[in-house]
Design a protein around this ligand. Structure first.
Ligand code: KIV
Length: 262
């Protein structure tokens, strides 16, 4: 059974953790055959799959649907599911219900953005046997408070606060923390402060692991190219080429042939 314990052992062994998003069964099935350590059912699904401008529209029901699909596709991978917007801010009972629904759908842990004001809720989930991954820095659910998707904690006060928040998350039992879009030097300092692993996205090379959105790393969205994304494949071209060849074959009457018919 996949376990969050591998996160702790990876950090002590100095092995970098590889995390990637997945929202559906077919991508999960493909990712099941790769060396990724963990599939993140991110609420970025709202933007990447549902075409929204932000992640705020995600609901528990929607995250459950995506989580169940991923769990079916990759039953042997560690799956972390995002708690949707405000799910950790309505008290422990609401958070427990949401986390329970995600775990029943196949997640092994939940990810919760932010720390201040809901550390008690995170602690309560952990004490209830639900592993929690933290998420600090550019937490997309706070996009309106930040005034856009911008690098966070550049100033000393904000950097100090982030280091304190990371220590507080570790103290209440988080098993790992995503650090999103913060200066690399700060991410390195947080990583050195903590016993639990940090997973960076736009946070430099000194984190204990990295996470990217699958569609970004495969180049499926040619219009989206932030500095922190590297394209490891030209997915958009592959999809369009394949579909153009299919269209041409249909138009020329070359598809289907007898061996493709009954
Ligand atoms: O929702 C998501 O995909 C995330 C990652 C980008 C860290 O939170």
């Amino acid at each position: 059974m996949p376990s969050i314990r591998e996160f702790a052992t990876a950090k002590s062994a100095g092995r970098k953790l590889v995390v990637v998003t997945s929202y559906d069964a077919w991508s999960a099935r493909l990712l099941a055959e790769t060396p990724v350590d963990c599939l993140l059912v991110g609420d970025s699904a709202m933007m990447v799959v549902h075409g929204e401008r932000d992640t705020l529209g995600a609901t528990t029901e929607l995250m459950v649907l995506h989580t169940r699909a991923v769990a079916k596709g990759a039953p042997d991978k560690l799956i972390v599911a995002d708690m949707p917007f405000l799910a950790a801010r309505k008290g422990s009972a609401h958070a427990l219900d949401c986390a329970a629904a995600l775990l029943r759908a196949g997640a092994h842990a939940v990810k919760i953005e932010g720390a201040r004001g809901h550390l008690d809720v995170i602690g309560h989930l952990v004490e209830s046997g639900i592993p929690v991954m933290g998420h600090l820095g550019l937490t997309p659910q706070s996009v309106h408070a930040f005034g856009g998707f911008k690098v966070q904690a550049r100033e000393t006060a904000a950097a100090t606060q982030l280091r304190e928040d990371a220590a507080a998350l570790e103290a209440v039992g988080a098993f790992a923390i995503v650090l999103e879009c913060i200066p690399a030097k700060l991410a390195g300092a947080v990583t050195a402060d903590l016993r639990i692993p940090t997973i960076g996205i736009g946070a430099g090379a000194d984190c204990d692991g990295q996470v990217l959105v699958l569609h970004d790393l495969l180049g499926f969205n040619p219009d989206f190219k932030p500095r922190f994304v590297r394209r490891f494949a030209d997915g958009a071209a592959t999809v369009q080429e394949g579909v153009k060849r299919y269209a041409a074959a249909v138009q020329k009457g070359e598809f289907p042939q007898a061996k493709e018919s009954f």
